[in-house]
Design a protein. Structure first.
Length: 254
């Protein structure tokens, strides 16, 4: 087996970077993404539930309210009903006051099951729950990737910041509000991908697409972090493959 210290520094993977077969040829061993170094699944789940629980309480309290959607929220409710009716299904997102629609209808489809269960109040409740899920997911990701201490710091910073935006942001169903709730989770995935976990690029790209569908302004806000994470990943993988190539030209010594 051939391993040099400089090659080992290129990756945190405990598996060898190369091995030697029976014929003496050097075989390259793939280096998977390092395992998460933060809290375990049970810890992450408990923290996620803890952050999400207040939103569930709020949603339950509003479930029996006499909420009447008006203005943008009335248009939202109409488009969600179009999804359920199956006719004139929306292919674009929320309408803008500038005379065009945001890129995608994902919001309408996600809220449709809530509308089926709770009527107009279901849209209100579903929006609150989706908002809370975004905040809880961001904190849970930090805990999973970087540990409970860093996750606690992130939660202490994020949750009050979201709450400080006011009840209007939290309660009123509006596409910019939902985008704000999920953007931190997207950023955590980008940072994690740039920090040696390439697999997080895929969920980051998925969230980027959802954010752009919610609001066209996230074309730039999502594209730049995702591009930076992709470049960092490519550079890291290029260095790792270079280290593997250097180890491959070495020959076993007796």
């Amino acid at each position: 087996m051939i391993r040099s210290r400089s090659d080992r520094d290129e990756s945190d993977d405990p598996r060898p970077l190369s091995d030697v077969d029976a014929d003496g040829a050097v075989q390259l061993v793939a280096s998977p993404d390092p395992a998460p170094t933060g809290g375990g699944p049970g810890v992450v789940a408990a923290i996620w539930v803890g952050v999400f629980a207040p939103y569930v309480v709020l949603a339950a309290a509003l479930l029996g309210s006499d909420w009447l959607p008006v203005q943008d929220q009335a248009v939202l409710d109409m488009r969600v009903r179009d999804v359920l009716a199956g006719s004139d299904v929306p292919l674009v997102g929320a309408f803008s006051r500038f005379g065009w629609s945001h890129p995608g209808p994902v919001w309408f489809y996600v809220l449709a099951p809530f509308r089926t269960i709770g009527g107009p109040n279901g849209v209100l409740v579903g929006s609150i729950l989706l908002f809370g899920a975004g905040v809880a997911t961001a904190v849970g990701l930090v805990v999973r990737r970087y540990g409970p201490i860093v996750g606690a710091v992130a939660g202490i910073a994020l949750v009050p910041a979201i709450a400080a935006s006011g009840s209007f942001t939290l309660i009123v169903p509006w596409n910019p509000h939902l985008a704000v709730a999920w953007y931190p989770a997207f950023l955590v995935l980008c940072i994690s991908a740039a920090d040696r976990r390439a697999r997080d690029l895929a969920p980051a790209a998925f969230l980027a697409a959802a954010l752009v569908q919610l609001h066209v302004g996230y074309v730039v806000l999502a594209a730049l972090p995702l591009l930076a994470a992709s470049i960092a990943t490519l550079i890291r993988e290029r260095r790792r493959l270079g280290a593997l190539a250097r180890s491959a030209v070495m020959r076993p010594t007796s």
